[in-house]
Write a protein that binds this ligand. Sequence first.
Ligand SMILES: C[S@@+](CC[C@H](N)C(=O)[O-])C[C@H]1O[C@@H](n2cnc3c(N)ncnc32)[C@H](O)[C@@H]1O
Length: 361
Amino acid sequence: MQHPNVSLTGSLSVGKMASSNSARYRLARSGEKSRRHPSAEGLPVSEAQEFRHAPVMEREVVEAFANVPAGHIVDATLGGAGHSVALLEARSDISVIGIDRDETALEAARARLAPFAGRVTTRRAAFGDLGEVLTEMLSGLGATHISGALFDLGVSSPQFDVAERGFSYRVEAPLDMRMDRSQALTASDIVNTYDRDEIARILRENADERFARRIADAIILARPINTTSQLAATVTAAIPAATRRRGGHPAKRTFQALRIEVNAELTQIPAALDAAIDATCVGGRVAVISYHSGEDRIVKEIFRTAESGGCACRPGLPCACGAVPRVRRVRIARRPSDVEIESNPRARSAQFRVVEKLAVR
Ligand SMILES: C[S@@+](CC[C@H](N)C(=O)[O-])C[C@H]1O[C@@H](n2cnc3c(N)ncnc32)[C@H](O)[C@@H]1O
């Protein structure tokens, strides 16, 4: 399923030098703390180190792909390439097909992956189009299947931390929130042109916001809303004072919901996972790290259907509909360790699910 506003471009080669922008996008394996100003999630980030993304559950990801057949692994959310580097280092017999729809992330990833030239191909694309993208890329690589695919969903730390991208309620910026900056739809379009019911639906469905209708009313009244700070103040004022004092920032859910809508984050997952499972060879694996319940629900459902082969027979009775399981579930740590969460608080909501492709009998 493709978001109408997500644009796709052609193939990008690996090994290009990093731009001055991507130099700021260096990655770290663990979250480093700073003293200067807060990041979007309240994590301290120094000016010099603000463009870093620590790969979540890196050890578990390497373990998940440790025994897949040699070949190509798709990193469908390349980001700054932390997971890809770990996989390339762990397995000399695999290469990576790296996909991201954020050009800035791709630039940073290409620079980071330069030492692995010859084992990496990158493409700017939305993973919702994985089926077509893979058909084309695999034919260019002279391959028919992949050995597996990794999806590390959501937003990277650099996307959150660069104020002008408008993802954060903590810093003043235009209401943007696009991962793909060539896309037309921005958060400002939603906030300033969608009707009250649509805004309330987005807040409810994408972030389980209890005060969706109150916030939607407040947004309509406050229009035009041009900046993250204006939106954060409008949302904060709309939430009852007693609730405001509890939990995290009152605008956190609204920002999450808008970001998900702008980037069609949930609607692309089913087609992407189906395409990945289809393209994976027997014994290959598809792994997903998700960060909130909406994402995880979709992943669980797609994997469950692939496990049962879409069997619609009554649970407990032998299958009479002839459904053929496509995958089996792989038992692997579902959650990051406490040690990881302590060193990288952004890992705290991560959930990891892995399936392995079965032979068709
Ligand atoms: C959590 S980060 C991945 C970080 C990466 N695993 C690493 O180790 O650096 C998610 C990345 O996926 C990209 N992304 C999110 N949704 C996408 C989609 N539908 N299609 C392509 N890329 C997407 C974002 O632009 C972001 O760079």
